[in-house]
Design a protein around this ligand. Structure first.
Ligand code: ZN
Length: 205
């Protein structure tokens, strides 16, 4: 099966506990250290097998093949990608079941990552995730004071809308926000606005 590594924990010696999102499941697996193993890292897409490992109830990760991206050697892109995928671990680590939405979202993002500002790809993917989880607040009532928002909108964590005056952060016009929330597009946003939404995203999904 194929999946994306969203977390690595070093255990004794060089062994690792690896968390992987696949289309079917969220797998937490044990990887024994072996000199013949290639290095794996957060964000990598791999093909792998799971195997029962004796008395332990944690399955073993085996037959790992790294599936590279075209942009894997671009350090800047890889670093942003790792920051993005790490967020999924914090968000999903306690999930018992996982629908294929998350794998597909990450898979699509990986294909777009080098084609435009990757922060745009991440912000657009996040709006899709919020909608999928029923957490996208399209009604423009301020999360802080509850009054309707008639002018520019400032987003806070989970992209909750607020009055610019209530949070004193960089705001978006209503047209820009509409394009983002309805069409899942950052088309009307400049890079500074994208940067602000990326930084909110880093606070957690
Ligand atoms: Zn307000």
């Amino acid at each position: 099966m194929q999946g994306y590594i969203i977390n690595l924990n070093k255990v004794k010696d060089e062994d690792l506990i690896v968390t992987i999102i696949s289309r079917e499941s969220l797998d937490t697996l044990y990887r024994f250290y072996g000199a013949r193993h290639g290095t794996i890292n957060i964000g990598f897409k791999i093909d792998y097998e799971k195997e029962a490992s004796g008395k332990s109830n944690i399955l073993r990760l085996k037959d790992v093949i790294h599936i590279g991206y075209k942009w894997i050697n671009d350090y800047k892109l890889l670093r942003l990608w790792q920051d993005f995928l790490t967020l999924f671990h914090k968000h999903l680590k306690d999930a018992e079941e996982l629908d294929k939405f998350y794998f597909d979202l990450i898979d699509n993002a990986s294909n777009e990552w080098n084609k435009q500002n990757p922060k745009r790809v991440a912000v657009e993917a996040y709006v899709k995730l919020l909608e999928h989880e029923g957490r996208l607040h399209k009604e423009l009532n301020c999360f802080l004071c509850s009054l309707p928002i008639k002018a520019d909108v400032s987003l806070i964590r989970a992209y909750l809308p607020t009055h610019k005056e209530c949070t004193h952060t960089l705001s978006l016009t209503q047209d820009t926000l509409y394009e983002l929330f309805s069409n899942k597009s950052t088309l009307f946003m400049n890079d500074k606005e994208v940067d602000r939404l990326w930084r909110i995203l880093l606070e957690g999904l």
